[in-house]
Design a protein around this ligand. Structure first.
Ligand SMILES: Cc1cc2nc3c(=O)[nH]c(=O)nc-3n(C[C@H](O)[C@H](O)[C@H](O)COP(=O)(O)O)c2cc1C
Length: 133
């Protein structure tokens, strides 16, 4: 049983860049919801969702996919990473709300205001997230 990243990204492709980095480091398969009509998750025991945020909301492809695949996701280990511009209390609150709405409590968010970047130009918090997967 393997791990899959399932994400949606916008024009700036920040979520895509994060997804590709995490996929490479954690050895996961990777799926862009905007380029797929169907996705079979039966061979995965871990699914990591990724989304950007517009007006406080995750991208609708991610919301709809989770809503439409509740049964298929049941019993799997689920994670969520959010690419956004808010940080501190605003970022924490936004992340918590999105995690609750999507029903994925294990959620983290990343943005470019992170204090510490790794040598690949991603927040070091991304490497901490990868280590937990
Ligand atoms: C129209 C628009 C609305 C946004 N609204 C929010 C927001 O409500 N909260 C937030 O933290 N970031 C917001 N952002 C920032 C994006 O979520 C952030 O740049 C993210 O990295 C984009 O990911 P993507 O490049 O994969 O689309 C917004 C960006 C745009 C363009």
């Amino acid at each position: 049983m393997g791990k899959a990243i399932v994400y949606a990204t916008g024009l700036t492709k920040n979520t895509k860049n994060l997804a590709q980095y995490i996929s490479k480091k954690a050895g996961t398969d990777i799926f862009n919801l905007k380029e797929l009509s169907k996705l079979d998750l039966s061979s995965y025991d871990t699914v990591i969702f990724g989304t950007g945020v517009h007006a406080g909301k995750p991208y609708k492809q991610v919301t709809e996919f989770i809503e439409n695949n509740r049964d298929a996701l049941n019993g799997k280990k689920l994670y969520l990473f959010i690419s956004c511009m808010y940080n501190d209390e605003k970022g924490d609150n936004q992340c918590e709300k999105i995690a609750t709405d999507l029903g994925i409590p294990d959620a983290v968010y990343f943005n470019k205001k992170a204090e510490e970047m790794n040598e690949d130009g991603f927040p070091v918090a991304v490497d901490d997230f990868i280590a937990r997967l």
